[in-house]
Design a protein around this ligand. Structure first.
Ligand code: TYM
Length: 334
């Protein structure tokens, strides 16, 4: 609790181009939850280097992502929006938690299996201990709730396990966090292969809607989206392509899947895809316009970066000192 409010923590990697999946699965929920909680929204640049990055590009993307958080509607005066690398407590707590995490647990992580298959030439130790750094992110702020998409739920489970293990040895040190999944949009699928999640690392640009895609590109990608030969807009696992488009339309308009089935009953996929595309354009266009505006306001963003890093560091250090004392590190002399 901070000032009587429960704490929310979440983050995104500054890697690749953010997709509609990131927006509907996470960012959009962050905005609706931001009044109710004391929020920490992190640009997790330390996680990004588990895959080789171009330094100038990483710096640029991290800044663009932080700007995007604000453009999506998160007020940096109320929400703590900051870079992970600006708060040294993340890496320090991660080291400590590494010593309370088992190799067997990390071996079971599906993201590690996927990423090591994709980057077989660079299976580094950071990729393996990635979930421990994520646990440190969350536990440093004593977060109560962590809004994420479905693909991150396994990491949230291991975070809870590590926290519970630590608490069972040292007493109530960490708040045990709960994951939060949005009602719709928690798993947006690829537009070209609806059995796979929409991912920033997909090689086919038509598979993903990027948050900075212009309206024509968005409409074109939806027109090409893979559906089926049923010619019927139904919300069923047997029609994964159509189901995914219904999910996207539902998340963008707030309509229910059953109402969407009625809206398009007797209509072809052409009309349906156009409506889905338009709903996405109308959600993304205002965000894109605000990104353009904010990018011109360098000093405002810089000031927010400084102020929020100090705020995050204050809370992170508080938890870190408590942990260090509990495990037996010598206290600092004041
Ligand atoms: P990342 O950067 O891969 O994704 C950011 C958020 O977007 C969600 N997401 C999706 N949701 C629905 N459909 C999709 N197709 C889709 N693709 C991505 C993710 O679930 C995530 O919520 N390890 C994390 C970042 C992280 C983090 C944290 C998150 C680091 N520390 C602490 C929460 C708390 C990651 O790589 O997310």
């Amino acid at each position: 609790m901070i000032d009587g409010k429960k704490v929310l923590f979440s983050g995104m990697q500054a890697t690749g181009n953010l997709t509609l999946g990131n927006y509907l699965g996470a960012l959009k929920n962050w905005v609706t939850m931001s009044d109710e909680y004391e929020c920490f929204y992190c640009v997790v640049d330390e996680h990004s280097i588990t895959i080789r990055q171009d330094p100038a590009e990483l710096r640029k993307r991290a800044r663009a992502l932080l700007t995007l958080y604000i453009a999506a509607g998160l007020d940096p005066e109320k929400n703590c929006i900051y870079y992970q690398s600006h708060v040294s407590g993340h890496a320090e707590l991660a080291w400590i938690l590494n010593c309370y995490t088992y190799m067997g647990e990390l071996n079971r992580m599906t993201q590690f299996k996927d990423k090591s298959a994709k980057h077989a030439d660079n299976i580094n130790a950071g990729l393996f201990t990635y979930p421990v750094l994520m646990a440190a992110d969350i536990l440093l702020y004593q977060a109560d709730v962590v809004p994420v998409g479905i693909d991150q739920m396994q990491h949230l489970e291991i975070t809870r396990d590590i926290a519970q293990r630590f608490n069972s040895i040292y007493g109530d040190v960490f708040t045990i966090p709960e994951g939060y999944l949005g009602k719709v949009g928690a798993k947006i699928m690829s537009l070209q292969d609806p059995t796979k999640k929409m991912s920033k690392s997909d090689e086919n640009p038509n598979a993903s809607i990027y948050l900075m895609d212009d309206p024509d590109t968005i409409m074109r990608k939806f027109k090409r989206a893979v559906t089926d030969s049923e010619a019927c807009v139904r919300y069923t696992d047997e029609q994964p392509g159509v189901k995914n488009l219904i999910d996207i339309y539902a998340a963008c308009t707030g309509k229910l899947p059953t109402d969407i089935e009625h809206e398009f009953s007797g209509k072809g996929y052409g009309d349906f895809k156009e409506a889905v595309g338009e709903s996405v354009v109308s959600v993304l266009k205002p965000v894109q316009d605000r990104v353009a505006q904010l990018s011109n306001d360098k000093s405002y963003i810089d000031q927010m970066i400084k102020k929020n890093a100090e705020k995050a560091d204050y809370y992170a250090t508080k938890t870190l000192r408590k942990v260090q004392h509990k495990i037996g590190f010598p206290d600092r002399i004041r």
